[in-house]
Design a protein around this ligand. Structure first.
Ligand SMILES: *[C@@H]1O[C@H](CO)[C@@H](O)[C@H](O)[C@H]1NC(C)=O
Ligand SMILES: *[C@@H]1O[C@H](CO)[C@@H](O)[C@H](O)[C@H]1NC(C)=O
Length: 167
């Protein structure tokens, strides 16, 4: 009886140690996975650009949002949330960030995409003129893991600017 319990104990200890080791390796392999995502954001067309009745400027863009986020997917990835933001500076704020489009990427197979889309959310600025405004289009993503912490990253594309005149 005594040896039986002892053996069981040893066996259990070994099993737990092994399990802990496996978890550590798994979590390490997840961290070691070097993501090398790429993105290409193009403004294909400015559909319209005007001043709203309330005085705010608003612009409608047709864009080509392409990215390859396959490398952000590991065995531990549940899904990836992506959003495209227009980012620009004004006198009042160093960083103005407007979300224009977003998507949920449920699998690695769908992580390489090319969306031909107009901005899903309004690109409007409170009070400030957007005329001639230089802005970045930044693709942000949040990797939601099955276990562990969420993490995020982004790719900035620069050199975009709005027309000097309303269209
Ligand atoms: C969108 O961009 C991708 C990658 O740069 C390109 O392969 C594709 O032809 C583009 N589509 C349009 C409609 O411009
Ligand atoms: C736009 O991107 C450039 C290069 O990453 C950066 O220096 C600049 O601060 C960005 N502008 C805004 C408003 O975020």
């Amino acid at each position: 009886m005594h040896t039986y319990v002892y053996r069981l104990n040893v066996l259990l200890t070994e099993a737990i140690t092994l399990l802990a080791l496996m978890c550590a390796i798994a979590s390490l392999s997840d961290k070691l996975n070097v993501a090398s995502p790429s993105a290409d954001i193009q403004v294909l067309h400015i559909n319209w650009f005007h001043k709203q009745r309330n005085g705010n400027d608003e612009v409608s863009l047709t864009m080509n949002v392409s990215a390859d986020l396959k490398s952000t997917f590991t065995w531990n990835t549940k899904q990836v949330f992506v959003f495209l933001a227009a980012e620009y500076e004004t006198e009042k704020n160093y960083l103005n960030q407007i979300s224009l489009w977003d998507a949920i990427i449920p699998s690695k197979e769908q992580a390489k995409f090319s969306y031909h889309t107009i901005n899903k959310y309004r690109f409007t600025d409170q009070g400030n003129s957007l005329r001639g405004k230089k802005y970045n289009l930044t693709l942000h993503w949040h990797v939601m893991p099955k276990t562990g912490k969420m993490f995020s990253d982004r790719i900035v594309t620069t050199g975009h600017s709005l027309p000097e005149e309303y269209i």
